[in-house]
Design a protein around this ligand. Structure first.
Ligand SMILES: [Zn+2]
Length: 209
């Protein structure tokens, strides 16, 4: 799938993944938009640690996340990985996160990750060149989050986040997600990691809805 996806990107006419303009993978205006520094955000369900977002769930940020998820666009995942790396460098330089933390992709259902040719968030994390520990996953029977109230999401998520393997002892982990909405997924993830002895100084999302 990876090779075929890469070939398709070489052969098919390319449009900007941020705005649809014909031409490059990402046009100059969208590259500038994606390079904006991450901001602290405050989801209603707090994961108990600071949450940063690279941008709003709008414009170029929203488009590249949709492109990453829906279109199996591996080139976009690699580009967003570089954007994420820049955001992590920025937060480290400011002292908002410790240097060299392990990236833990927010959990997905195994079936949905397969359907997308690999979990796009995990692929972005790997594209940063940093240490990645994809230790979280979501139980298959988790109800569709979009149909639930915030309280229901929180309860649903707390029971649904599973650990594939324990994080390394005293690992320092940053949870990475594509879109933060209620914060329930991040909260469930942070609680799971803390319960297994990891330190979780922050979470980061590509977009905040
Ligand atoms: Zn564009």
């Amino acid at each position: 799938m990876g090779v075929l996806g890469d070939l398709a990107e070489l052969v098919l006419p390319r449009r900007c993944a941020g705005c649809g303009a014909p031409g490059e993978l990402l046009c100059p205006a969208c590259r500038v938009a994606l390079a904006a520094p991450p901001q602290r955000v405050f989801p209603p369900t707090s994961p108990h640690v600071p949450v940063f977002a690279l941008g709003p769930y709008a414009g170029a940020h929203r488009s590249v996340v949709l492109e990453m998820k829906e279109r199996d666009n591996l080139a976009v995942r690699r580009y967003v990985g570089a954007v994420l790396a820049g955001a992590l460098d920025y937060l480290e330089a400011r002292g908002d996160i410790p240097h060299g933390a392990t990236l833990v992709p927010a959990p997905t259902r195994p079936s949905s990750a397969r359907a997308r040719g690999g979990d796009p968030v995990a692929q972005c994390c790997r594209a940063t060149g940093r240490h990645v520990a994809p230790v979280l996953w979501l139980a298959e029977r988790t109800a569709d989050q979009s149909q639930l109230t915030a309280a229901q999401r929180r309860a649903n998520m707390a029971g649904a986040v599973r650990l594939r393997a324990a994080p390394e002892p005293a690992a320092t982990c940053i949870v990475v997600d594509d879109v933060v909405t209620t914060g329930a997924t991040l909260q469930g993830s942070v609680e799971k990691l803390l319960a297994h002895g990891a330190e979780v100084p922050a979470c980061i999302a590509l977009c905040a809805a």
